[in-house]
Design a protein around this ligand. Sequence first.
Ligand SMILES: *Cc1c(COP(=O)(O)O)cnc(C)c1O
Length: 457
Amino acid sequence: MSTEPTKIILSEDEMPRQWYNIQADLPTPMPPPVGLDGTPIGPDALAQVFPMNLIEQEVSTERWIDIPDEVLGILKLWRPSPLYRARRLEAALGTPAKIYYKNEGVSPAGSHKPNTAVAQAWYNREFGIKYLTTETGAGQWGSALAMSCKLIGIECKVFMVRISFDQKPFRKIMMKTWGAECYPSPSMETAIGRKMLEEDPDTPGSLAIAISEAIEQAVERDDTRYALGSVLNHVMLHQTIIGLEARKQFEKIGRYPDIVIGCAGGGSNFAGISFPFICDKIHGKEVKVIATEPEACPTLTRGPYVYDSGDVAKMTPLLPMHSLGHRFIPPAIHAGGLRYHGMAPLVSHVKRIGLIEATALPQTECYEAALLFAHTEGFIPAPETSHAIAQTIREAKQAKEEGKEKVILMNWSGHGLMDLQGYDAYMSGKISDYALPEEMLQRSLASLEGHPEPPGL
Ligand SMILES: *Cc1c(COP(=O)(O)O)cnc(C)c1O
Protein backbone atom coordinates (compact mmCIF):
# COMPACT_ATOMS: atom_id res chain seq x y z
CA MET A 1 0.00 0.00 0.00
CA SER A 2 1.36 3.37 -0.98
CA THR A 3 1.97 5.98 1.69
CA GLU A 4 0.74 8.77 -0.54
CA PRO A 5 -2.27 10.40 1.13
CA THR A 6 -5.78 10.18 -0.30
CA LYS A 7 -6.09 13.93 -0.15
CA ILE A 8 -3.22 16.34 -0.46
CA ILE A 9 -3.96 19.34 1.71
CA LEU A 10 -2.28 22.72 1.83
CA SER A 11 -2.34 24.86 4.94
CA GLU A 12 -3.91 28.32 4.73
CA ASP A 13 -0.39 29.76 4.88
CA GLU A 14 0.45 27.93 1.69
CA MET A 15 -2.39 29.51 -0.26
CA PRO A 16 -1.33 31.49 -3.33
CA ARG A 17 -1.28 35.26 -2.59
CA GLN A 18 -1.38 36.24 -6.26
CA TRP A 19 -3.38 35.25 -9.32
CA TYR A 20 -1.58 34.15 -12.49
CA ASN A 21 -2.24 36.17 -15.65
CA ILE A 22 -1.55 34.06 -18.75
CA GLN A 23 -1.65 37.20 -20.91
CA ALA A 24 1.93 37.85 -19.76
CA ASP A 25 3.16 34.62 -21.33
CA LEU A 26 1.16 34.17 -24.53
CA PRO A 27 3.57 33.39 -27.39
CA THR A 28 1.26 35.30 -29.76
CA PRO A 29 -0.99 38.05 -28.41
CA MET A 30 -4.76 37.79 -28.40
CA PRO A 31 -6.75 40.01 -30.79
CA PRO A 32 -8.49 42.89 -28.92
CA PRO A 33 -12.25 43.21 -28.41
CA VAL A 34 -13.76 45.38 -31.16
CA GLY A 35 -16.91 47.34 -31.99
CA LEU A 36 -19.25 46.34 -34.82
CA ASP A 37 -17.13 48.43 -37.20
CA GLY A 38 -14.00 46.43 -36.33
CA THR A 39 -12.14 49.14 -34.40
CA PRO A 40 -10.64 48.07 -31.05
CA ILE A 41 -12.63 48.94 -27.95
CA GLY A 42 -10.86 50.94 -25.26
CA PRO A 43 -11.36 50.46 -21.50
CA ASP A 44 -13.72 53.47 -21.34
CA ALA A 45 -16.29 51.75 -23.54
CA LEU A 46 -16.80 49.18 -20.77
CA ALA A 47 -17.02 51.67 -17.91
CA GLN A 48 -20.82 51.67 -17.68
CA VAL A 49 -20.89 47.91 -17.40
CA PHE A 50 -17.89 47.05 -15.18
CA PRO A 51 -15.99 48.97 -12.48
CA MET A 52 -12.69 50.42 -13.73
CA ASN A 53 -10.54 48.36 -11.34
CA LEU A 54 -11.83 45.15 -12.95
CA ILE A 55 -11.50 46.62 -16.45
CA GLU A 56 -7.84 47.25 -15.59
CA GLN A 57 -7.47 43.58 -14.70
CA GLU A 58 -9.25 42.62 -17.90
CA VAL A 59 -6.59 44.29 -20.06
CA SER A 60 -3.58 43.77 -17.75
CA THR A 61 -0.51 41.94 -19.02
CA GLU A 62 1.15 41.79 -15.56
CA ARG A 63 2.09 38.17 -14.85
CA TRP A 64 1.13 38.22 -11.14
CA ILE A 65 -1.73 40.18 -9.58
CA ASP A 66 -2.08 40.42 -5.78
CA ILE A 67 -5.16 38.88 -4.19
CA PRO A 68 -6.59 41.50 -1.78
CA ASP A 69 -6.35 40.41 1.88
CA GLU A 70 -10.10 40.58 2.48
CA VAL A 71 -10.75 38.39 -0.57
CA LEU A 72 -8.13 35.91 0.61
CA GLY A 73 -9.76 35.89 4.04
CA ILE A 74 -13.13 34.97 2.58
CA LEU A 75 -11.66 32.36 0.23
CA LYS A 76 -10.15 30.73 3.34
CA LEU A 77 -13.66 29.74 4.44
CA TRP A 78 -13.20 26.76 2.10
CA ARG A 79 -9.79 27.09 0.45
CA PRO A 80 -7.24 25.67 -0.11
CA SER A 81 -9.40 22.99 -1.71
CA PRO A 82 -8.19 19.40 -1.37
CA LEU A 83 -6.52 17.51 -4.20
CA TYR A 84 -7.74 13.93 -4.08
CA ARG A 85 -6.13 10.78 -5.42
CA ALA A 86 -9.02 8.78 -6.91
CA ARG A 87 -7.62 5.36 -5.99
CA ARG A 88 -11.00 3.64 -5.88
CA LEU A 89 -11.90 4.93 -9.33
CA GLU A 90 -8.50 3.80 -10.62
CA ALA A 91 -9.11 0.34 -9.17
CA ALA A 92 -12.56 0.09 -10.76
CA LEU A 93 -11.04 0.98 -14.12
CA GLY A 94 -8.06 -1.35 -13.62
CA THR A 95 -5.86 1.39 -15.00
CA PRO A 96 -2.18 2.00 -14.30
CA ALA A 97 -2.99 5.74 -14.57
CA LYS A 98 -2.91 7.81 -11.39
CA ILE A 99 -6.02 9.98 -11.25
CA TYR A 100 -6.18 13.17 -9.19
CA TYR A 101 -9.11 15.52 -8.80
CA LYS A 102 -9.18 19.02 -7.41
CA ASN A 103 -12.40 19.25 -5.41
CA GLU A 104 -13.98 22.66 -6.01
CA GLY A 105 -17.30 21.31 -4.74
CA VAL A 106 -16.28 22.19 -1.16
CA SER A 107 -17.24 25.87 -1.52
CA PRO A 108 -20.47 27.04 0.17
CA ALA A 109 -22.20 27.41 -3.22
CA GLY A 110 -20.87 24.02 -4.34
CA SER A 111 -18.61 24.93 -7.25
CA HIS A 112 -15.52 26.89 -8.33
CA LYS A 113 -17.64 29.97 -9.09
CA PRO A 114 -17.23 31.75 -5.70
CA ASN A 115 -13.48 32.06 -6.47
CA THR A 116 -14.28 34.91 -8.86
CA ALA A 117 -17.62 35.99 -7.35
CA VAL A 118 -15.95 37.05 -4.09
CA ALA A 119 -13.26 38.94 -5.96
CA GLN A 120 -15.74 40.67 -8.28
CA ALA A 121 -18.02 41.72 -5.42
CA TRP A 122 -14.98 43.11 -3.57
CA TYR A 123 -13.65 45.16 -6.51
CA ASN A 124 -17.14 46.54 -7.16
CA ARG A 125 -17.62 47.57 -3.54
CA GLU A 126 -14.15 49.18 -3.51
CA PHE A 127 -15.19 51.17 -6.58
CA GLY A 128 -18.29 52.43 -4.75
CA ILE A 129 -20.86 50.17 -6.40
CA LYS A 130 -23.96 49.22 -4.36
CA TYR A 131 -25.79 46.79 -6.69
CA LEU A 132 -24.56 43.99 -8.92
CA THR A 133 -26.74 42.50 -11.64
CA THR A 134 -26.02 39.20 -13.30
CA GLU A 135 -27.42 36.29 -15.24
CA THR A 136 -27.40 32.66 -14.28
CA GLY A 137 -28.06 29.44 -16.18
CA ALA A 138 -28.32 26.44 -13.92
CA GLY A 139 -28.08 28.76 -10.91
CA GLN A 140 -24.50 28.00 -9.88
CA TRP A 141 -23.23 31.45 -10.75
CA GLY A 142 -26.25 33.30 -9.38
CA SER A 143 -25.92 31.52 -6.05
CA ALA A 144 -22.15 32.09 -5.93
CA LEU A 145 -22.61 35.82 -6.56
CA ALA A 146 -25.54 36.07 -4.13
CA MET A 147 -23.39 34.60 -1.37
CA SER A 148 -20.39 36.76 -2.26
CA CYS A 149 -22.40 40.00 -2.35
CA LYS A 150 -23.81 39.18 1.07
CA LEU A 151 -20.35 38.49 2.52
CA ILE A 152 -18.92 41.65 0.94
CA GLY A 153 -21.93 43.83 1.77
CA ILE A 154 -23.58 44.86 -1.53
CA GLU A 155 -26.93 43.98 -3.19
CA CYS A 156 -27.39 41.35 -5.90
CA LYS A 157 -30.05 40.92 -8.62
CA VAL A 158 -30.07 37.79 -10.75
CA PHE A 159 -31.75 37.02 -14.11
CA MET A 160 -32.10 33.26 -14.29
CA VAL A 161 -32.63 31.44 -17.61
CA ARG A 162 -36.32 30.52 -17.53
CA ILE A 163 -35.97 26.78 -18.14
CA SER A 164 -33.64 26.49 -15.13
CA PHE A 165 -35.79 28.82 -13.03
CA ASP A 166 -38.66 26.37 -13.57
CA GLN A 167 -36.56 23.18 -13.29
CA LYS A 168 -34.26 24.15 -10.42
CA PRO A 169 -36.24 25.73 -7.59
CA PHE A 170 -33.55 24.99 -5.01
CA ARG A 171 -30.88 27.20 -6.54
CA LYS A 172 -33.44 30.00 -6.55
CA ILE A 173 -34.05 29.45 -2.84
CA MET A 174 -30.29 29.47 -2.18
CA MET A 175 -30.04 32.89 -3.86
CA LYS A 176 -32.92 34.15 -1.76
CA THR A 177 -31.34 32.71 1.38
CA TRP A 178 -28.23 34.74 0.64
CA GLY A 179 -30.42 37.81 0.18
CA ALA A 180 -30.50 38.21 -3.62
CA GLU A 181 -33.46 38.97 -5.90
CA CYS A 182 -34.02 36.42 -8.68
CA TYR A 183 -36.17 36.81 -11.85
CA PRO A 184 -36.89 34.30 -14.62
CA SER A 185 -35.37 35.48 -17.93
CA PRO A 186 -36.67 36.73 -20.27
CA SER A 187 -38.55 38.91 -17.79
CA MET A 188 -40.88 41.90 -17.99
CA GLU A 189 -38.27 43.90 -16.01
CA THR A 190 -36.30 45.00 -19.08
CA ALA A 191 -36.93 46.20 -22.64
CA ILE A 192 -34.99 43.31 -24.18
CA GLY A 193 -36.84 40.82 -21.95
CA ARG A 194 -40.23 42.18 -23.04
CA LYS A 195 -39.14 42.03 -26.69
CA MET A 196 -38.00 38.40 -26.43
CA LEU A 197 -41.27 37.43 -24.71
CA GLU A 198 -43.23 39.11 -27.46
CA GLU A 199 -41.29 37.13 -30.11
CA ASP A 200 -41.79 33.85 -28.27
CA PRO A 201 -43.86 33.78 -25.05
CA ASP A 202 -42.79 30.16 -24.43
CA THR A 203 -39.06 30.66 -24.92
CA PRO A 204 -36.92 28.59 -22.51
CA GLY A 205 -34.56 31.59 -22.42
CA SER A 206 -30.80 31.53 -22.88
CA LEU A 207 -27.75 32.90 -21.13
CA ALA A 208 -27.29 35.42 -23.95
CA ILE A 209 -30.78 36.85 -23.29
CA ALA A 210 -30.28 36.92 -19.51
CA ILE A 211 -26.94 38.72 -19.96
CA SER A 212 -28.66 41.40 -22.07
CA GLU A 213 -31.25 41.92 -19.34
CA ALA A 214 -28.63 42.19 -16.59
CA ILE A 215 -26.48 44.63 -18.60
CA GLU A 216 -29.51 46.74 -19.50
CA GLN A 217 -30.22 47.23 -15.81
CA ALA A 218 -26.57 47.87 -14.93
CA VAL A 219 -26.07 50.68 -17.45
CA GLU A 220 -29.24 52.44 -16.27
CA ARG A 221 -27.80 53.35 -12.86
CA ASP A 222 -24.54 54.88 -11.68
CA ASP A 223 -24.35 52.76 -8.54
CA THR A 224 -24.98 49.50 -10.41
CA ARG A 225 -22.65 47.31 -12.43
CA TYR A 226 -22.83 43.91 -14.02
CA ALA A 227 -20.89 40.75 -13.13
CA LEU A 228 -20.14 37.89 -15.52
CA GLY A 229 -19.36 34.45 -14.12
CA SER A 230 -17.10 33.22 -16.89
CA VAL A 231 -15.68 34.09 -20.34
CA LEU A 232 -13.87 37.35 -19.48
CA ASN A 233 -10.12 37.59 -18.87
CA HIS A 234 -10.44 38.73 -15.26
CA VAL A 235 -12.67 35.75 -14.46
CA MET A 236 -10.06 33.35 -15.86
CA LEU A 237 -7.49 35.22 -13.76
CA HIS A 238 -9.41 34.78 -10.49
CA GLN A 239 -9.88 31.08 -11.15
CA THR A 240 -6.13 30.41 -11.52
CA ILE A 241 -5.98 29.95 -7.76
CA ILE A 242 -7.24 26.41 -8.51
CA GLY A 243 -4.30 25.44 -10.72
CA LEU A 244 -1.77 27.31 -8.58
CA GLU A 245 -2.86 25.32 -5.53
CA ALA A 246 -2.86 22.10 -7.54
CA ARG A 247 0.69 22.73 -8.73
CA LYS A 248 1.83 23.15 -5.11
CA GLN A 249 -0.05 20.02 -4.10
CA PHE A 250 1.71 18.02 -6.81
CA GLU A 251 5.05 19.42 -5.62
CA LYS A 252 4.27 18.04 -2.16
CA ILE A 253 4.01 14.51 -3.50
CA GLY A 254 6.83 14.92 -6.01
CA ARG A 255 4.68 14.43 -9.09
CA TYR A 256 3.58 16.42 -12.11
CA PRO A 257 0.53 15.69 -14.29
CA ASP A 258 0.91 14.30 -17.83
CA ILE A 259 -2.67 15.29 -18.63
CA VAL A 260 -4.84 18.13 -17.28
CA ILE A 261 -8.59 18.00 -17.93
CA GLY A 262 -11.45 20.41 -17.31
CA CYS A 263 -15.00 20.74 -18.61
CA ALA A 264 -15.67 23.95 -20.53
CA GLY A 265 -18.83 26.03 -20.62
CA GLY A 266 -17.56 29.60 -20.73
CA GLY A 267 -14.09 28.27 -19.91
CA SER A 268 -13.41 29.50 -16.38
CA ASN A 269 -12.91 26.32 -14.36
CA PHE A 270 -10.91 24.87 -17.22
CA ALA A 271 -8.73 28.00 -17.36
CA GLY A 272 -8.46 27.94 -13.58
CA ILE A 273 -7.02 24.46 -13.37
CA SER A 274 -5.00 24.59 -16.59
CA PHE A 275 -3.45 28.03 -17.09
CA PRO A 276 -0.66 27.59 -14.50
CA PHE A 277 0.24 24.29 -16.21
CA ILE A 278 -0.02 25.89 -19.66
CA CYS A 279 2.46 28.49 -18.36
CA ASP A 280 4.86 25.60 -17.67
CA LYS A 281 4.08 24.19 -21.12
CA ILE A 282 4.91 27.51 -22.79
CA HIS A 283 8.22 27.33 -20.94
CA GLY A 284 9.05 23.85 -22.15
CA LYS A 285 7.23 21.35 -19.90
CA GLU A 286 5.40 18.51 -21.57
CA VAL A 287 1.76 18.36 -20.53
CA LYS A 288 -1.36 17.54 -22.49
CA VAL A 289 -4.31 19.82 -21.70
CA ILE A 290 -7.88 18.91 -22.68
CA ALA A 291 -11.09 20.93 -22.52
CA THR A 292 -14.30 18.87 -22.76
CA GLU A 293 -17.74 20.08 -23.73
CA PRO A 294 -21.16 18.54 -24.50
CA GLU A 295 -21.93 17.30 -28.03
CA ALA A 296 -25.12 19.38 -27.75
CA CYS A 297 -23.19 22.64 -27.31
CA PRO A 298 -19.89 22.07 -29.14
CA THR A 299 -18.39 25.57 -29.01
CA LEU A 300 -14.68 24.71 -29.09
CA THR A 301 -14.94 21.69 -31.35
CA ARG A 302 -17.43 22.90 -33.97
CA GLY A 303 -17.90 26.64 -33.44
CA PRO A 304 -15.72 28.78 -35.74
CA TYR A 305 -13.18 31.26 -34.34
CA VAL A 306 -14.93 34.60 -34.96
CA TYR A 307 -15.72 37.97 -33.52
CA ASP A 308 -19.04 37.59 -31.71
CA SER A 309 -20.92 39.37 -28.98
CA GLY A 310 -21.44 37.86 -25.56
CA ASP A 311 -25.17 38.53 -25.46
CA VAL A 312 -28.21 38.48 -27.69
CA ALA A 313 -28.79 42.27 -27.79
CA LYS A 314 -25.13 42.88 -28.75
CA MET A 315 -24.55 45.09 -25.71
CA THR A 316 -21.09 43.62 -25.16
CA PRO A 317 -18.19 44.38 -27.51
CA LEU A 318 -17.33 41.73 -30.09
CA LEU A 319 -14.93 39.23 -28.55
CA PRO A 320 -12.49 37.02 -30.49
CA MET A 321 -13.70 33.54 -29.62
CA HIS A 322 -15.05 30.21 -30.71
CA SER A 323 -18.79 30.74 -30.95
CA LEU A 324 -21.98 29.03 -32.03
CA GLY A 325 -23.55 32.46 -32.70
CA HIS A 326 -25.05 34.80 -30.10
CA ARG A 327 -28.60 33.85 -31.09
CA PHE A 328 -27.89 30.19 -30.33
CA ILE A 329 -30.66 28.69 -28.17
CA PRO A 330 -29.08 25.61 -26.69
CA PRO A 331 -30.93 22.32 -26.38
CA ALA A 332 -32.22 21.61 -22.86
CA ILE A 333 -29.42 19.31 -21.72
CA HIS A 334 -28.92 18.85 -18.00
CA ALA A 335 -25.42 20.33 -17.89
CA GLY A 336 -26.93 23.82 -17.73
CA GLY A 337 -23.54 25.41 -17.04
CA LEU A 338 -22.17 24.17 -20.36
CA ARG A 339 -24.80 25.72 -22.63
CA TYR A 340 -23.23 29.11 -23.42
CA HIS A 341 -22.77 30.00 -27.11
CA GLY A 342 -19.23 31.37 -26.78
CA MET A 343 -15.92 30.30 -25.26
CA ALA A 344 -13.60 32.56 -23.27
CA PRO A 345 -11.29 34.50 -25.63
CA LEU A 346 -8.26 33.29 -23.64
CA VAL A 347 -9.34 29.65 -23.85
CA SER A 348 -10.23 30.07 -27.54
CA HIS A 349 -6.80 31.62 -28.11
CA VAL A 350 -4.78 28.87 -26.44
CA LYS A 351 -6.78 26.36 -28.48
CA ARG A 352 -6.08 28.27 -31.67
CA ILE A 353 -2.34 28.36 -31.05
CA GLY A 354 -2.21 24.66 -30.26
CA LEU A 355 -1.60 24.70 -26.50
CA ILE A 356 -4.75 22.72 -25.70
CA GLU A 357 -7.03 20.11 -27.28
CA ALA A 358 -10.81 19.89 -27.10
CA THR A 359 -13.33 17.04 -27.17
CA ALA A 360 -17.14 16.93 -27.28
CA LEU A 361 -18.84 14.15 -25.32
CA PRO A 362 -22.31 12.57 -25.45
CA GLN A 363 -24.56 13.06 -22.46
CA THR A 364 -25.13 9.43 -21.54
CA GLU A 365 -21.40 8.67 -21.40
CA CYS A 366 -21.06 11.57 -18.97
CA TYR A 367 -23.86 10.37 -16.69
CA GLU A 368 -22.42 6.87 -16.77
CA ALA A 369 -19.05 8.33 -15.75
CA ALA A 370 -20.72 10.39 -13.00
CA LEU A 371 -22.36 7.26 -11.56
CA LEU A 372 -19.10 5.31 -11.63
CA PHE A 373 -17.48 8.22 -9.83
CA ALA A 374 -20.22 8.34 -7.19
CA HIS A 375 -20.03 4.53 -6.78
CA THR A 376 -16.27 4.58 -6.22
CA GLU A 377 -15.33 7.97 -4.74
CA GLY A 378 -18.65 8.76 -3.07
CA PHE A 379 -19.09 12.34 -4.19
CA ILE A 380 -21.93 13.06 -6.64
CA PRO A 381 -20.60 15.40 -9.33
CA ALA A 382 -22.42 18.22 -11.09
CA PRO A 383 -23.58 17.23 -14.60
CA GLU A 384 -21.03 19.75 -15.95
CA THR A 385 -18.23 18.10 -13.99
CA SER A 386 -19.23 14.70 -15.35
CA HIS A 387 -17.80 15.77 -18.72
CA ALA A 388 -14.35 16.12 -17.16
CA ILE A 389 -14.81 12.76 -15.44
CA ALA A 390 -15.84 11.04 -18.68
CA GLN A 391 -12.78 12.42 -20.48
CA THR A 392 -10.57 11.35 -17.57
CA ILE A 393 -11.99 7.84 -17.83
CA ARG A 394 -11.28 7.79 -21.57
CA GLU A 395 -7.67 8.80 -20.90
CA ALA A 396 -7.31 6.29 -18.06
CA LYS A 397 -8.59 3.51 -20.33
CA GLN A 398 -6.15 4.52 -23.01
CA ALA A 399 -3.32 4.50 -20.48
CA LYS A 400 -4.37 0.96 -19.64
CA GLU A 401 -4.27 -0.10 -23.31
CA GLU A 402 -0.86 1.46 -23.70
CA GLY A 403 0.32 0.11 -20.34
CA LYS A 404 1.43 3.57 -19.27
CA GLU A 405 1.41 5.04 -15.75
CA LYS A 406 0.01 8.41 -16.76
CA VAL A 407 -0.70 11.03 -14.10
CA ILE A 408 -4.06 12.64 -14.81
CA LEU A 409 -5.39 15.77 -13.12
CA MET A 410 -9.02 16.78 -13.52
CA ASN A 411 -10.89 19.69 -12.12
CA TRP A 412 -13.87 18.47 -10.13
CA SER A 413 -15.73 21.72 -10.70
CA GLY A 414 -18.73 21.15 -8.44
CA HIS A 415 -21.11 18.76 -6.69
CA GLY A 416 -24.43 17.69 -8.14
CA LEU A 417 -26.61 17.78 -5.03
CA MET A 418 -28.77 20.53 -6.55
CA ASP A 419 -28.97 18.71 -9.90
CA LEU A 420 -30.56 15.46 -8.86
CA GLN A 421 -33.45 15.71 -11.38
CA GLY A 422 -30.86 15.08 -14.09
CA TYR A 423 -29.70 11.94 -12.29
CA ASP A 424 -33.29 10.86 -11.84
CA ALA A 425 -33.96 11.34 -15.56
CA TYR A 426 -30.82 9.37 -16.47
CA MET A 427 -31.55 6.51 -14.10
CA SER A 428 -35.11 6.18 -15.40
CA GLY A 429 -33.84 5.99 -18.97
CA LYS A 430 -35.12 9.39 -20.04
CA ILE A 431 -31.82 10.80 -21.22
CA SER A 432 -30.57 10.18 -24.72
CA ASP A 433 -27.64 11.49 -26.70
CA TYR A 434 -28.08 14.57 -28.78
CA ALA A 435 -25.37 15.99 -31.02
CA LEU A 436 -26.12 19.45 -32.34
CA PRO A 437 -27.55 19.00 -35.88
CA GLU A 438 -25.41 20.68 -38.56
CA GLU A 439 -28.30 22.65 -40.06
CA MET A 440 -29.13 24.09 -36.63
CA LEU A 441 -25.51 25.16 -36.20
CA GLN A 442 -25.49 26.79 -39.64
CA ARG A 443 -28.74 28.63 -38.94
CA SER A 444 -27.34 29.95 -35.68
CA LEU A 445 -24.05 31.01 -37.30
CA ALA A 446 -26.03 33.25 -39.66
CA SER A 447 -26.24 35.73 -36.76
CA LEU A 448 -22.50 36.37 -37.27
CA GLU A 449 -23.15 38.05 -40.58
CA GLY A 450 -21.59 41.48 -40.87
CA HIS A 451 -19.15 40.91 -37.98
CA PRO A 452 -15.51 41.74 -38.73
CA GLU A 453 -13.12 38.76 -38.89
CA PRO A 454 -10.36 38.25 -36.33
CA PRO A 455 -6.85 38.73 -37.76
CA GLY A 456 -4.94 35.60 -38.80
CA LEU A 457 -2.10 34.26 -36.68
C1 LIG B 1 -20.71 26.94 -14.24
C2 LIG B 1 -20.11 25.62 -14.10
C3 LIG B 1 -19.29 25.06 -15.09
C4 LIG B 1 -19.05 25.73 -16.41
O1 LIG B 1 -18.56 27.03 -16.39
P1 LIG B 1 -17.07 27.36 -16.78
O2 LIG B 1 -16.97 28.84 -16.81
O3 LIG B 1 -16.78 26.74 -18.11
O4 LIG B 1 -16.22 26.77 -15.72
C5 LIG B 1 -18.71 23.84 -14.86
N1 LIG B 1 -18.94 23.15 -13.72
C6 LIG B 1 -19.72 23.64 -12.75
C7 LIG B 1 -19.95 22.83 -11.52
C8 LIG B 1 -20.33 24.88 -12.90
O5 LIG B 1 -21.11 25.36 -11.92
